[in-house]
Design a protein. Structure first.
Length: 182
């Protein structure tokens, strides 16, 4: 079993809220369903910065815990993702986009095997140096979050990575976080 997170690709385009206050909407993606009453957030695709052009991506970057998908990405992995959360439409003039809100939260983090840095005078995790998971809690699970890191990475298994590669989706990358011992 392998567990990954989405990783930013240098130079890829970004999906950013038109109104900076809407970043708060995405900070609210904490494992709680949002579909009821969802109003599509207005976003734009950042295609150029002061230093370089941003290249097309089937997963324009917004944040590690909120993947944004274009139509090709939805066609490739939308069915799998929908089992574990919600594909919420965004309002964008340049492309059809959805944000994925993961609603599957599993207490799968092996805290004894995970190396963390905690906030001073707190048990809250500031940063994870290396991950360990309880493999028995993840049997058959392809996409999840953990309660200790609700605004941290979205965790995905090899199935999702393989679907992305098979569909030849552009400018999307993954970072291997953990591999179970055979």
């Amino acid at each position: 079993m392998r567990i990954y997170e989405f990783e930013i690709v240098e130079g890829q385009e970004w999906a950013l809220p038109v109104d900076d206050r809407d970043f708060e909407v995405f900070r609210g993606f904490d494992g709680t369903p949002r579909r009821e009453g969802w109003e599509p957030v207005r976003v734009y695709l950042l295609k150029e910065t002061e230093h370089h052009l941003c290249e097309y991506s089937d997963f324009p970057w917004l944040h590690q815990h909120v993947p944004v998908l274009k139509r090709r990405a939805v066609d490739a992995v939308g069915e799998v993702l929908s089992k574990y959360g919600e594909l919420l439409p965004l309002s964008c003039d340049e492309a059809e986009l959805v944000a994925f809100n993961a609603c599957r939260v599993i207490d799968a983090l092996d805290l004894e095997g995970t190396q963390v840095v905690r906030f001073p005078d707190s048990e809250r995790i500031m940063r994870v140096e290396s991950y360990a998971f309880k493999a028995e809690t993840l049997q058959g699970v392809q996409v999840f979050k953990v309660p200790q890191l609700l605004l941290g990475p979205l965790f995905i298994d090899q199935t999702v990575v393989d679907l992305v590669h098979q569909a030849r989706l552009e400018r999307v990358a993954f970072r291997l976080l953990w591999e179970s011992k055979p």
